[in-house]
Design a protein around this ligand. Sequence first.
Ligand code: UD1
Length: 431
Amino acid sequence: MKASLESGLITIKGGRPLRGEVIAQGSKNATLPIMAASLLLYNGKISLRNVPKLLDVHTMSELLISLGAKVDRDDHTMTIEIQDELAWEMPPSLVRKMRASSLVLGPLLARCGKVILPLPGGCAIGSRPMDLHFKGLSKMGAQITLDKGAVIAKANKLVGTRIYLDFPSVGATENLLMAAALADGETLIENAAREPEIDNLVRALRKMGAVIEGEGTGILRIKGKKELNPASITIIPDRIEAATYLLAGVITHGDVAIRGVIPEHLNALLAKLDEAGIEVINNGNVLRVLNPGRPNGITLKTMPYPGFSTDLQPQMMALLSLADGTSIIHETIFEARFLHASELQKMGAQIELQGNTAIVHGQENLIGAEVYATDLRGGAALVLAGLAAEGETTIYNVEHLKRGYENMVEKLTLIGAQIDERAAEVTKEDI
Ligand code: UD1
């Protein structure tokens, strides 16, 4: 593996209990689709509050700007202004940076009648990962074709219809929801995803004048409107970020409180921590762990919400590497989402992989090592492991963390972590 010069690294001197309070950032996965929803306007602004400062949010801003939107940011607020003309061809460089760029497809198609969406190399229509998006939009009357590695979607008019999702895909639900908001007539999305971020999008669309029922039930009913109106929208707290810092408290046996969370969004995590013998004090919008001991081994399966989030699986793997006993982790949402396991092994974790199952034999200690962040949440798992490990851990490729964690180093420093970040000075091969 090779770390590029720009990618940056983090060093952590582990083994000290973290103590203090962390305030949860706004949700990345709620912000991105709501930003995309601005494209449904013909003329006007949406204003967003509690917007996290993240690389993915920046990429979405660039994408919207490239399509003709005007985006203004001030600390954690953002306004997106749309005027009559929008471009409908998405720049490949931005689309390849972030899978969530595909969230622009539904609203842009509804608004402009045509979209060119470049696909990451090797991706074909009809197979993963966007077949459900295409199937749903086709059912609404779009023609979708593939030409030279790009999807071309066209629709003179989108017409409301009944769509059953073979799997409750978060992105497909969001794309179809946004497209349906401007479609002719009523759309029913069955087996829709029920993630809290979808509820935030529904509330945002409602504020823009859309008529939608059923959020959180798995069946969404949308009455299309000819036009939507400007609105002011608040982003919900980021449950994955909040949970990551809570787990930092658990893994270091510290005293950490996370403020500004919606505890119900973390019910599956709280249930699993309870099963592992970890007490979490739930006080309204504050979750706190107070000098917890070593967790017991547990069995865990990732599922669509309200099941256990795949976005917390890597962080839980780090914690369970230090459990008293053996844990079984079944990953059912994404293939090959165990890249972090081999990095954790470099730190002494005992993990056996069998397809989409990981068997984690808990150890008394982890030892600091040089490791690579393989992706956003995998990187977060390495940070947690580094905070708990004896000695120094160096994590390369920390750009991944900036996609989803605002000021992670500063936030952890404030609660007592010995953590530093710097640009990688040398290119490292095969660490
Ligand atoms: C969103 C989240 C991501 C989270 C994931 C699952 C955002 C920006 N990202 O991603 O953090 O991990 O939900 O909770 O909100 N699939 C298909 N065909 C499709 C669509 C999806 O086969 O048309 C498959 C995917 O390959 C994957 C699974 O369904 O295996 C889940 O994908 P999906 O729920 O769509 O996740 P995203 O929206 O990409």
